[in-house]
Design a protein around this ligand. Structure first.
Ligand SMILES: Nc1ncnc2c1ncn2[C@@H]1O[C@H](COP(=O)(O)OP(=O)(O)OP(=O)(O)O)[C@@H](O)[C@H]1O
Ligand SMILES: [Mg+2]
Length: 301
């Protein structure tokens, strides 16, 4: 396991921010860490990266306890903090050399050059960080997280505020990094999760409300399946409603039926077609959007 979190809790004064959460991340996984504002994402990430101590529970990165073996744990992780705090008065190259020095990176100059290339900062490398556009600052943040070639990357809203072109580029960069590294990233953009992540953990008011592969999550949220079926012949709605497991039936096109019911109703629909001498010309499953799943799981009550 690259990251193991167990019963992790954080209380700020009277505010319970993270409430005994448990999850783990396998090597090579890209985990989307989602949740509404104030859910506890950044707090969890700050504990994992050793920036703040937990109140209770445990966490480890590459086998190193983040509290007791903080230095070792930090050697194995790169962190892009929320709002990407950088020294705006330093030049890009100067800043990266400084961070490389702090991290004891060997072959500092060549490593800095390599990261500048990898993050597409060649043309910006001699500018002051304060003079960079937001997207390029974000790249500097990613470059500094990667300098010591960590196995684990913790990225807190890495694409917030980017224009659509930079968004696509930074996402691609994270996807490429994910081929070699373990990544946890927080985001509010569901499309991004679908584009980059293999698994999702959703946190709400400090508690984990979902931990699953994206596809499975889309099914699980309602426990229902929606299928779209086209019969060659006209079908009878009342008969369709009698199929075992079917809850509702609507005609959504000329011959396209939208059938909602328990998981696995497809088989019963096939049997129904055979028994009623109907030909199925198309049968597909409609996926619930991740956005709907998110809303459902984090609804304020
Ligand atoms: N230093 C602090 N002192 C007191 N309360 C804090 C502190 N930092 C965070 N909190 C509180 O802890 C809770 C979790 O905050 P956190 O920043 O972890 O949320 P988040 O999930 O990252 O939200 P967002 O999506 O808005 O970034 C919030 O209620 C927040 O107000
Ligand atoms: Mg946050």
């Amino acid at each position: 396991m690259s990251i193991v979190v167990s019963g992790l809790t954080k209380i700020y004064g009277a505010q319970l921010a993270v409430d005994a959460i448990t999850f783990s991340v396998n090597p090579g996984e890209v985990l989307g860490f989602l949740g509404p504002n104030g859910a506890g994402k950044s707090t969890t990430m700050k504990i994992l990266t050793g920036y703040i101590p937990q109140t209770a529970g445990k966490a480890s990165v590459c086998g190193f306890d983040v509290e007791r073996q903080s230095l070792e744990a930090r050697k194995h992780l790169g962190y892009l903090a929320e709002n990407n705090p950088l020294y705006t008065d330093l030049y890009v190259k100067e800043f990266l050399s400084f961070v490389a020095g702090l991290n004891g990176v060997k072959n500092k100059a060549s490593r800095v050059k390599e990261m500048i290339w990898l993050t597409g900062l060649e043309r910006e490398q001699s500018k002051k960080i304060g003079a960079l556009s937001k997207g390029y600052r974000q790249r500097v943040g990613i470059a500094q997280a990667l300098l010591h070639n960590p196995e684990v990357l913790i990225l807190d809203e890495p694409t917030s505020g980017l224009d659509p072109n930079q968004l696509a580029e930074v996402r691609q960069m994270i996807r490429d990094l994910g081929k070699e590294k373990t990544v946890i990233l927080s985001t509010h953009i569901m499309q991004e999760v679908q584009a980059i992540c293999s698994r999702v953990v959703i946190i709400n008011k400090g508690k984990i409300v979902a931990d699953d592969a994206i596809e499975r999550l889309q099914h699980k949220a309602t426990g229902e399946t929606v299928i779209l079926v086209i019969f060659k012949q006209a079908a009878d709605k009342d008969k369709l409603l009698k199929i075992s497991g079917v809850k509702s039936v609507n005609l959504s096109g000329e011959k396209t039926w939208k059938i909602t019911g328990q998981k696995g109703i497809q088989e019963a629909v096939f049997e129904f077609a055979v028994a009623n001498q109907l030909t199925i010309t198309s049968l597909s499953e409609e996926q619930q959007s991740l956005e709907e799943v998110f809303k459902e799981l984090t609804r304020q009550v």
